[in-house]
Design a protein around this ligand. Structure first.
Ligand code: MG
Length: 382
């Protein structure tokens, strides 16, 4: 089998009065770059690149202008070799960030092709399923922009997740410790003690601030504090982790096994959160997971895309080992983004439906989704 082409589609949806904020900025739109790899056997693979900081036209250009010319004629079953070849071509200036997100989308598409060619879901190619369904947590509870009271809106949203069957949810923090604690307190009191509550600061704090926040949150049984400090501040992570009984997590802003090496070997986090659509696709994720397993650091991937990224992440989720293996192992939680997204569900024909707090892991070949090309071609902005 040979690769004959690579297409990219940049999709955008405006949020209107559903614009939302977090500790870094307010967004009025969702965007993504979708990559389709075609082959001489008529099998197509799809991938998605995670990028939150700017227009996805940049990642699409990286895929289209940077990698696509190097892919034509290659055999998708050479996916590890292709990964190493492409990485090496951009290594000098592209060890982190957008070049790796773009590479992730291509790698995911190659695994989709392999699965479709063999008629098996990707998880079977990755070594088999530890689990057939994923216990999800709701990612939401961002800062709404057009409401009379943010706190009241957050409480209402949290109660909605509880009513909808979620057993866990994640609140954005990082607005200043006083405001954060007001939100944590109000939500914990509203949802009760039986719901798992996590918080995510999106690296808004320095270590001293994060320690204060973590210690104040202990009384409200917060399960984890995500990205307390900037991703470059490994010493800050170590300090916060040592001084907090709340679990410290991070990794969505890190890339490749080389980037994760520091976080893992320095034991800077309690739970590692690489993103499949950013950290390097399946090929590199399996290397990161192997590295993490050698240090016995649990991996709970970050997930924040359309149904394409969601489907891809579910396949990976199936194969995550237990950290450690034991008679009654701890099961990871799957991040299920519930924040406003105008086209998350529209890009694929298949839909995901949560049942009893779980999502089934698709058994269809490849990622288990097919693109709705009518929607994608009509709504692409590049
Ligand atoms: Mg996060």
């Amino acid at each position: 089998m040979k690769i004959t082409g690579v297409k990219t589609y940049v999709l955008e949806g405006l949020l209107g009065n559903k614009a939302f904020g977090w500790s870094l900025w307010v967004t009025d739109r969702r965007q993504t770059a979708v990559c389709v790899v075609t082959t001489d056997e008529g099998i197509e693979g799809v991938g998605e690149a995670f990028f939150v900081g700017g227009p996805s036209t940049i990642t699409a250009a990286m895929i289209q202008d940077g990698y696509a010319p190097l892919l034509i004629g290659a055999d998708p079953f050479q996916s590890s070799v292709i990964w190493d070849f492409l990485y090496n071509r951009t290594r000098d200036q592209g060890q982190k960030g957008l070049p790796i997100s773009a590479l992730s989308a291509i790698d995911i598409a190659l695994w989709d092709i392999k699965g479709k060619a063999l008629g098996v879901p990707v998880y079977k190619l990755l070594g088999g399923a530890y689990r057939r369904r994923a216990r999800v947590y709701a990612t939401g509870l961002y800062e709404p922009q057009h409401v009379p009271s943010v706190k009241e809106a957050l409480v209402a949203e949290a109660l909605g997740y509880k009513k909808g069957g979620f057993s866990a949810m994640k609140l954005k923090v990082g607005y200043g410790i006083e405001t954060d604690m007001e939100y944590v307190k109000a939500i914990r009191e509203a949802i009760g003690d039986e719901i798992t509550l996590m918080v995510d600061a999106n690296h808004a704090y320095n270590a001293a601030e994060a320690v204060r926040l973590a210690q104040q949150m202990e009384a409200y049984n917060v399960y984890w504090l995500e990205e307390p400090v900037p991703p470059e501040d490994i010493d800050g992570y170590v300090e916060v982790k040592q001084k907090s009984s709340v679990l410290i997590t991070g990794g969505e802003c890190e890339y490749t096994r080389f980037g994760f090496r520091e976080l893992i070997t320095r034991r800077a986090v309690d739970i590692l959160q690489p993103d499949l659509c950013a950290a390097g696709g399946y090929t590199e994720m399996m290397r990161i997971v192997a590295l993490a397993s050698a240090w016995n650091v649990p991996v709970i991937p970050h997930v924040w895309g359309t149904n394409i990224g969601l489907a891809a992440a579910l396949q990976l989720f199936a194969v995550l080992p237990h950290f450690p293996e034991r008679r009654f192992p701890a099961e990871p939680l799957f991040e299920y983004d519930r924040s406003p997204h105008p086209f998350r569900d529209k890009v694929t024909h298949e839909q995901f439906v949560m049942k009893d707090g779980y999502l089934d892991i698709p058994e269809r070949p490849g990622l288990g989704v097919t693109l709705d090309m009518d929607y994608v071609t009509k709504n692409t902005i590049r």
